[in-house]
Design a protein around this ligand. Structure first.
Ligand code: ZN
Ligand code: ZN
Ligand code: ZN
Length: 474
């Protein structure tokens, strides 16, 4: 199939002649995508022309799922839903010259794609799709009907394996193939199923019933009873239901306390209810501190992503993964480099801290292996998020994390301990099972780095982590 200057128009309203000439290009009209596929044409661009959203969406999605044409230009002339507009290339350009310009731009980029056709997996398709559109930004779309609320329609359209788009983005970011453009939203999600459909409900801090009510309460000075006002009313008078004192004067016999909430299930009177998040999808309840904060970004290809899109391999052979965990050998290499820097200059110092999970076996027992692994991954993600861009981290094994903190001092290490304690508190499960970490650290200066090498340093760190006597956080 040679690429041509032909254009394919997908339209239900087939014109009298199925071949038209637009901007010097031959335009072939087809009633649906299957009819087009039988024609064996490789067009320069598609135009989806319809007033019917369902028809337009159907054509676009079939096109993006077809490995032969998935990354092709596809203009929308007519109606389409918001999500379908995300997978098209916008409205048909206003003039023939503009249309030709778009096609030429796409073509020149396509020529730079070397080993096209070798790898038609979703990763390669997505990178190619982004590369073929100069300045392309992958935007999230808010959709209340969607489990996680934010979706990336292009990912859904190009992915034939139905994998989770958020995991996909996470993987591309981890490999440095895409980079953040802007933060679009911050959203709290269910810690169990990732849903963004949460109900925040006030509950009684004593018995956790939702049956609580605002009321006016009275506080008897004689016996200290705090109870709803109506329980004091006896005919004309106010009489304490507990000690029987008649309450005459506010300020001397009684007052109105701050506790103005009453639980109708257990009679507890309190100032403020506790807020609990209830997931509408998996039906679990959790304290709001347990929710996962998800930052929703728009993305573009990184420099490395552009190279990979053009077939310049290297994907998977990652040398540097900003903000993520480095492969262990690369971490060793970076540590050696940092030691050299410290030895050479008098101003560069850094810290290496090892974190070791002390109770893996207990967690496996209490939560199951799957949930424990999930918990550890979430913990590692949150820890990485709390570090700065210049910090490096590696997971030496599933239970051990090592971080390198450039320019760190005692204060920075204290902050790391603080972060660890906060993360530990956040990851305690309902049945009170939570991770328990040991921490060991070294501060390196020009002097102390003199006789160090990365392998010995890490060996020493790890043997201290294996020692039961080593300091434990939380
Ligand atoms: Zn209660
Ligand atoms: Zn009383
Ligand atoms: Zn849930």
């Amino acid at each position: 199939m040679e690429s041509s200057n032909d254009i394919v128009i997908l339209t239900q309203a087939r014109p009298r002649s199925p071949r038209l000439v637009i901007a010097g290009c031959v335009a072939h009209c087809h009633a649906d995508y299957h009819e087009f596929q039988r024609s064996q044409v490789t067009p320069a661009a598609f135009i989806v022309k319809s007033d019917d959203e369902h028809y337009a969406g159907g054509c676009l999605r079939q096109l993006r799922r077809d490995p032969d044409h998935a990354t092709a230009l596809a203009f929308i002339d007519g109606a389409a839903s918001d999500a379908d507009r995300h997978i098209g290339d916008g409205a048909l350009p206003g003039s023939a010259a503009l249309l030709i310009e778009r096609i030429e731009q796409w073509r020149s980029r396509e020529r730079a794609v070397r080993s096209k056709g070798d790898n038609r997996g979703p990763d390669a398709m997505l990178l190619e799709y982004m590369w073929l559109r100069p300045g392309y930004v992958l935007e999230p779309l808010a959709d209340w009907q969607y489990l996680r609320r934010y979706r990336y329609p292009v990912l859904e359209a190009l992915d034939r394996s139905e994998s989770d788009p958020m995991t996909w983005i996470h993987g591309l970011d981890k490999h440095g193939l895409i980079e953040r453009v802007a933060l679009r939203d911050r959203q709290r999600e269910c810690d169990f199923c990732g849903s963004a459909h949460l109900n925040f409900v006030d509950v009684c801090p004593n018995c956790r019933s939702i049956d609580i009510d605002q009321h006016t309460a009275l506080h008897c000075f004689t016996c200290g009873l705090v109870a709803p006002e109506e329980r004091y009313i006896k005919g004309e008078h106010r009489i304490c239901p507990k000690c029987g004192t008649r309450l005459r004067h506010i300020g001397s016999d009684y007052d109105r306390p701050l506790e103005t909430n009453l639980c109708l299930a257990c009679d507890h009177v309190f100032v403020e209810g506790e807020v609990e998040a209830r997931c509408a999808v998996c039906k679990r309840s959790m304290p709001t501190t347990r929710l996962r904060l998800h930052k929703i970004h728009s993305w573009r290809l990184s420099g490395r992503g552009c190279l990979t899109a053009q077939g310049d391999g290297g994907h998977g052979q990652t040398l540097f993964e900003p903000r993520q965990y480095l492969p262990y050998p690369h971490f060793l290499g970076s540590l050696d480099w940092a030691l050299k820097l410290a030895r050479e200059g008098s101003h560069f110092g850094f810290a290496v801290a090892g974190l070791h999970l002390a109770n893996m076996a207990e967690l496996n027992q209490a939560l199951g292996v799957g949930r424990t692994a999930e918990l550890l991954d979430a913990f590692a993600d949150r820890l990485r998020e709390s570090l700065s861009d210049a910090d490096l981290a590696t997971r030496a094994d599933p239970e051990t994390i090592v971080v390198l903190l450039p320019h760190a001092d005692r204060k920075r290490l204290a902050a790391l301990h603080q972060t660890m304690r906060r993360l530990v508190a956040q990851s305690v499960q309902e049945n009170a099972a939570g991770p328990s970490w040991r921490i060991a650290e070294h501060l390196l200066t020009a002097k102390s780095a003199r006789d160090e090498d990365s392998a010995t340093l890490l060996r020493r760190l790890r043997s201290r982590l294996a020692d039961n006597a080593t300091q434990q956080v939380a």
